[in-house]
Design a protein around this ligand. Structure first.
Ligand code: NAD
Length: 252
């Protein structure tokens, strides 16, 4: 029987998102993979490389999400949704002094919250009405969603927000048979890393290692939980909210 699964990945043309697209295309060649991003040039390259479908979608734009819903009419309901797009408060080539709470501009704050928080909310509002029992959502949060990140406190705030959303939606979505979990990576070698943090001593995980965990989480049969990934050779483990006593401790 043909694989009717429809994967949708935001922030899909670089880093963790691109690794998920590549791996899903490899593992499930029959699945439809819809890659969403704002970098259309990289999107065209990803389509040529993997055969994935690509659509321009700024996750902070309600209009763009409406276009996604229209696009899905001819494809089918998403079965695996990875809400992954994210940015820090300043661009990677900015000095770390521009990432501080004091230096952040209101314009950058609005942009970052638009991507990291509204982007997840808008994505869920657009896609949840389409999603059926048996489908799954992974939201890329960050270790900065469960622990302090002094370099970029406002980014940490935005990632704590999505962790709170995922934890709170676990129960209600469980009643619909839909899984939602948050993936919280430590440092990963991608374009989001500030140039100043790319020192010889810094150790980063590969985006492929996170893609493997994200794909596993789609079928983990756990709900509303927060999964940290701190080292390449250690599996994701649960960062428990107070009162969360059940379920697995880790992938192993
Ligand atoms: P990345 O910069 O390589 O990829 C981010 C992607 O998001 C890019 O393709 C970019 O074009 C896209 N994007 C940016 N703004 C967008 C928007 N408005 N709409 C749609 N797409 C947009 O970085 P990454 O590390 O792969 O980031 C993926 C996720 O992982 C982010 O949510 C990030 O916060 C999170 N994360 C990364 C790390 C790390 O160390 N790399 C650690 C923890 C969490």
């Amino acid at each position: 029987m043909a694989d009717k699964s429809v994967w949708l990945v935001t922030g899909a043309t670089s880093g963790i998102g691109a690794a998920v697209v590549r791996e899903v295309r490899k593992r499930y060649p029959e699945a439809h993979v819809l890659a969403l991003d704002i970098n259309d040039t990289a999107g065209a390259d990803l389509v040529a490389e993997t055969g994935a479908d690509y659509l321009h979608c700024d996750v902070s734009s309600l209009d763009d999400w409406e276009n996604v819903v229209v696009h899905l009419e001819s494809i089918g309901a998403p079965t695996h949704v990875h809400l992954n797009a994210g940015i820090q408060i300043a661009p990677p080539d900015a000095p770390l002094s521009e990432y501080t709470f004091e230096a952040a501009t209101l314009e950058n704050l609005e942009k970052m919250m638009g991507v990291n928080v509204n982007g997840v909310v808008y994505g869920l509002r657009a896609l949840l009405p389409l999603m059926q029992s048996g489908s799954a959502i992974v939201v890329t949060a960050s270790l900065a969603g469960v622990a302090p990140y002094a370099t970029d406190p406002l980014y940490a705030m935005s990632k704590h927000a999505v962790v709170g959303l995922v934890r709170s939606l676990g129960g209600p979505l469980d009643k619909r048979g839909i899984l939602i979990n948050a993936l919280c990576p430590g440092g990963v070698a991608t374009n989001i890393i500030p140039d100043e943090q790319k020192t010889d001593e810094a150790v980063f995980m590969t985006p492929e290692a996170l893609a493997d965990e994200a794909i596993w989480l789609m079928g983990a049969d756990e709900n509303g939980r927060t999964w940290a990934k701190v080292a390449e050779d250690k599996p994701v483990f649960v960062v428990r909210a107070p009162g969360d006593k059940g379920g697995r401790h880790s992938r192993e």
